[in-house]
Design a protein around this ligand. Structure first.
Ligand code: SF4
Length: 335
C-alpha cells in the first residue's frame, strides 16, 4: 500500500511527513520507524494489513478507565515504531521490520468481522506497538468499525504531525497517550524524539473533544524529578482541563534499561502531587490491592467504580455516567 503524507524529492528520494521525524528516505531505504520504505521513489507502508498480535483485552488494560469501563476490546498491533524508548516493553515488535517478524495477514474487513464476533466488544484498539506508523491501515479499518457502530481506540505516543492527526480525528473515539516525561532532554536521550510535538498533539486531541487519558511511566533516576512532574500536571490541568484522566504507571526494567522498578512510595508521592490539580488520578502497574485504582467522585468523595486488577465494578454511577450519590457527571461513555 502506498503511504499517505509524503512528497517525492530529487534522485528518487521521498520526504515522509507523517510524524515529526520528517524522514528524508533514499531509494531502497526505510524511515526511522522501520516500516515505511522507499521503493523506486514511492513510499510504501510495509505493515499495511499485517498483524503481530491480536487479543481481546479489558479496556482498562489500554489503560482507559473512563471509556466504557469493564468492557472488552479487540486489540491489534503490527511492527515498528517512530520512537525508540530504551525501556520499551514491546521492543520485539516495535523495533523490528516486517521481515524480522512472523506477521499475520488481516484485512480491514477481516478485522471488523473479528470484532463483531466478540460478545459485548466495544470496538478495536490499535495498540501494542505505535499505531501512528500503521496510519493507512488504522484509517481504513476505523471507517469500517464506525460503519458497524463500534468504537476506535488509539494507544499512542502522540508523536504525529498535525495534518495527519486532524485527518484521523473524526475516526478515533478515544486516545490513550503516553506522556513520557516533561523535558526535551528525556525525550531526546531516552526516546530519540521530541516532547513539544506530543504536547501539540494532546492539545489538538482535546480541542476536538475526543476522549483522552494520559499515562506517565515514572522511571527512577530518569523522570522522577518532583518539580518536572509538578510542571507536567500543571500543564495538563491548565491546557487540557482538570477533568483529564491521568495514570501514573510503575516502571519495570525492560529492553535496554536496567534501572530498578519504581518504588511504590514514589508513585504515591506523585499521586498526591497530581491529585492537587486533577480530578481523576490513578496508579497503574501496581498490586491489585494497592490504593489509587478506584474512581472516586471529585464532588462528594464516594467511590463510584471499584477496580481489583482488571476486574471492574461500577458501584455508584447511573446509566448517564453521573454519581448516584450527588449527581456529579463523571463519565461520558458507559453502557
Ligand atoms: S512515520 Fe516513519 S518514515 Fe515517516 S517521518 Fe515518522 S519515522 Fe520517518
Amino acid at each position: 500500500m502506498e503511504a499517505a503524507y509524503y512528497i517525492k524529492k530529487e534522485d528518487l528520494k521521498v520526504h515522509c511527513q507523517l510524524c515529526p521525524d520528517n524522514c528524508v528516505i533514499a531509494n531502497g531505504k526505510r524511515g526511522a520507524c522501520k516500516v515505511r520504505k522507499n521503493i523506486e521513489g514511492t513510499l510504501i507502508a510495509e505493515n499495511y494489513g499485517l498483524v503481530s498480535a491480536i487479543h481481546t483485552d479489558p479496556i482498562e488494560k489500554k489503560p482507559l478507565y473512563h471509556f466504557y469501563p469493564g468492557k472488552p476490546v479487540l486489540s491489534l498491533g503490527t511492527a515498528g515504531c517512530n520512537l525508540h524508548c530504551l525501556f520499551c516493553q514491546n521492543f520485539d515488535i516495535s523495533q523490528s521490520t516486517v521481515d524480522e517478524l512472523t506477521l499475520y495477514s488481516l484485512s480491514p474487513g477481516e478485522a471488523v468481522e473479528k470484532a463483531l464476533q466478540i460478545p459485548d466488544n466495544i470496538g478495536i484498539a490499535y495498540t501494542y506497538n505505535e499505531p501512528i506508523i500503521w496510519y493507512e491501515y488504522v484509517r481504513d479499518t476505523a471507517v469500517l468499525v464506525h460503519n458497524k457502530g463500534l468504537k476506535n481506540i488509539m494507544v499512542t505516543n502522540g508523536y504525529i504531525n498535525p495534518a495527519p492527526l486532524e485527518e484521523l480525528l473524526p475516526l478515533i473515539d478515544a486516545f490513550s497517550v503516553d506522556l513520557k516525561a516533561f523535558t526535551e532532554t528525556f525525550y531526546r536521550k531516552i526516546t530519540k524524539s521530541k516532547l513539544h510535538p506530543v504536547l501539540e498533539a494532546l492539545k489538538i486531541i482535546r480541542s476536538h473533544k475526543k476522549h483522552l487519558e494520559i499515562t506517565n511511566l515514572v522511571i527512577p533516576g530518569l523522570n522522577d524529578n518532583e518539580r518536572d512532574f509538578e510542571q507536567m500536571t500543571d500543564w495538563v490541568s491548565e491546557e487540557l482541563g482538570t477533568d483529564t484522566v491521568f495514570h501514573i504507571s510503575r516502571y519495570f526494567p525492560a529492553w535496554k534499561l536496567t534501572n530498578p522498578p519504581t518504588p511504590v512510595k514514589t508513585l504515591k508521592r506523585f499521586y498526591d502531587i497530581a491529585a492537587k490539580k486533577l480530578d481523576y488520578v490513578y496508579l497503574g502497574n501496581v498490586s491489585p490491592y494497592e490504593t489509587g485504582q478506584d474512581t472516586v467522585c471529585p464532588e462528594c468523595g464516594k467511590t463510584v467504580i471499584k477496580r481489583t486488577g482488571y476486574h471492574t465494578e461500577i458501584t455508584g454511577l447511573d446509566s448517564n455516567g453521573n454519581c448516584r450519590y450527588c449527581g456529579h457527571h463523571i463519565l461520558d461513555y458507559i453502557k
